[in-house]
Design a protein around this ligand. Structure first.
Ligand SMILES: O=C(NCCCCCn1ccnc1)c1cc(-c2ccc(F)cc2)cc(O)c1O
Ligand SMILES: [Mg+2]
Length: 206
């Protein structure tokens, strides 16, 4: 995938990086990027929220990192957490090829360890937008942890990938029944397939 980006995408052109990855995943080898269809929904939410601070849980190869960072205002900060060192190493190069390294802080490690350190390590007060795309059984515990750490403010937006496939049943049940969130489901498809999947957008009400 990285070779395809370096061969087919223009340095410093995030859209060409996104296009090169989508082309590779459609023609050569499926990969678990959020993809072009759900990516458009992600783009519209990022544009609407116009966030100054973003947390991405699950960098993988940096596809959604590039999509989000390319839409951020110049002073905005995107912190992206990746547990797998091999994914992180690729993502770092993909983000650099897109020319977005100044907007992105790629952190390697476990979300459960890093979320409590966000304020002290990165000077973050609260996140305007959180994109959840990591282990599906971590969406719920990490959301509760963000609440406990005071990282969400009235109006913070959580956008969760894969709520249907592979699925995040405990997270959906919690977020849709909690009086502290207002949720909306965006029906779509699993990246590069016809299988149903979707994004759940939730506003923290404080
Ligand atoms: O597992 C996924 N993502 C997490 C990857 C590891 C995250 C590591 N990490 C990062 C930070 N903390 C922990 C994922 C899976 C699929 C999928 C769907 C159908 C299928 F048949 C196979 C796979 C589709 C996605 O869109 C996904 O996001
Ligand atoms: Mg995903």
């Amino acid at each position: 995938m990285l070779a395809a980006v370096q061969k087919n995408a223009t340095r410093g052109d995030p859209r060409s990086v996104v296009k090169a990855i989508d082309q590779f995943c459609r023609q050569k080898e499926w990969a678990m990027n959020v993809g072009d269809e759900k990516g458009c929904i992600l783009d519209s939410v990022v544009t609407e929220v116009n966030p100054a601070t973003v947390l991405e849980l699950g960098t993988y190869c940096g596809y959604s990192t590039v999509r989000i960072a390319s839409l951020l205002p110049s002073n905005a900060k995107l912190i992206t957490l990746e547990f797998n060192p091999d994914y992180a190493a690729i993502a770092c190069q993909v983000i650099a090829w897109a020319g977005l390294e100044d907007k992105v802080q790629l952190v390697e490690g476990a979300s459960g360890d890093w979320i409590p350190k966000m304020k002290e390590k990165f000077g973050i007060e609260t996140f305007d937008l959180v994109f959840l795309d990591h282990w599906k059984d971590r969406y719920l515990p990490d959301t509760k942890l963000m609440e406990e750490c005071g990282l969400l403010r009235k109006g913070s937006i959580l956008l969760a990938d894969n709520v249907i496939c592979p699925g995040t049943p405990d997270y959906l049940e919690y977020i849709r029944n909690s009086p502290r969130y207002k949720s909306q489901y965006f029906k779509s498809h699993l990246e590069y397939t016809k299988v149903e999947d979707g994004l759940e957008k939730s506003v923290f009400l404080g």
